[in-house]
Design a protein around this ligand. Structure first.
Ligand code: SF4
Ligand code: SF4
Length: 293
């Protein structure tokens, strides 16, 4: 069942030299030195570890600190359509050399269940009456055939202790703001965080979409980091809504969307001659944004 697993070598970006793989037979995580080259690793591991997944130790360590997520198969990264902002898109495409079409998609959201009034709706030339939310792309899951998962979620073998396997975010340090703020939201004053009540399953009852093994408590989260993540997430989505207003005035084709976003975000910093005092700024900055577009 797991023979088709891919091998991954990920640079942790944190100076860590340790990497991990899943032992094909025991399902246990094993660590080894990332200074080994690809052929070296194959020679050292040989047949013993044939199909395995490599994950960076730093991802595991930080995820482990969260406790509740430590032994989870990451049902949240399988269940939900995750809205991303233009800032997320710009970071991925311009600074991490990721291809927009490889990580992003547009999800139809006629009932507003994905946007939840937080993420903007975009309209496109080929379906002018359909509201879409820009989200992380889903791909088929190997661990749970017939289900899908975030394309950045790495799956690790099930074992006796983890019958659904383990899930790890392959871009943990640069994951979108929506992911960083889960499972909390800001209160009306944007000063306090409120924890969502998490249902037992995120979709249709499939085990792949089972969510947290227990409800989150305030002690599970760093209060400062949580508020800061939520504030940034809200700020970026508010800005993205302004971008949507401009785009939706004259919706273009879906294939021109990434270029539009990159132009806007590349012009987010001015040299200081324009709009550098509160008197100079229009109430919603829409004029300067339009100029940038
Ligand atoms: S980016 Fe990472 S944290 Fe966010 S949904 Fe994907 S795997 Fe999960
Ligand atoms: S489903 Fe809940 S416990 Fe599991 S990774 Fe997601 S937030 Fe953590």
């Amino acid at each position: 069942m797991y023979r088709s697993w891919q091998m991954y070598f990920l640079n942790s970006g944190m100076g860590s030299s340790d990497f991990a793989g899943c032992d094909d037979k025991s399902g246990r995580v094993v660590w080894f030195d990332s200074r080994l080259s690809d052929p070296d690793v194959k020679r050292v591991l040989g047949d013993r570890f044939k199909p395995f997944l490599i994950i960076s130790r730093s991802s595991v360590r930080i995820r482990s600190q969260m406790g509740i997520c430590d032994s989870c198969h990451s049902g949240c990264c399988r269940s939900f359509a995750v809205p991303i902002s233009g800032a997320d898109i710009h970071q991925f495409t311009q600074y991490q050399n990721k291809n927009f079409w490889d990580f992003a998609c547009r999800w139809e959201d006629s009932e507003g269940l994905i946007s939840r009034n937080l993420a903007p709706h975009f309209f496109f030339e080929d379906a002018p009456d359909v509201p879409f939310v820009i989200c992380l792309k889903h791909i088929p899951s190997v661990s749970f055939p017939g289900t899908t998962k975030c394309r950045f979620l790495m799956e690790c073998l099930p074992d006796d202790d983890h019958p659904k396997g383990l899930g790890r975010c392959s871009i943990y340090h640069s994951r979108p703001h929506t992911c960083r703020s889960f499972p909390a939201k800001l209160n009306d004053d944007s000063e306090l965080a409120i924890l969502y009540e998490i249902p037992t399953n995120g979709r249709n009852g499939e085990p792949a979409y089972d969510l947290c093994p227990r409800q989150w408590t305030p002690a599970d989260l760093d209060p400062n980091e949580t508020i800061q993540s939520l504030v940034v997430a809200k700020y970026e989505m508010t800005f993205f809504k302004k971008i949507a207003v401009i785009w939706n005035q004259n919706p273009g084709p879906w294939n021109s969307f990434p270029e539009f976003i990159n132009i806007i975000y590349a012009n987010r910093i001015s040299s200081g001659q324009v709009g550098n005092s509160s008197q100079d700024q229009s109430p919603d900055d829409s004029e300067s944004l339009s100029n940038a577009a």
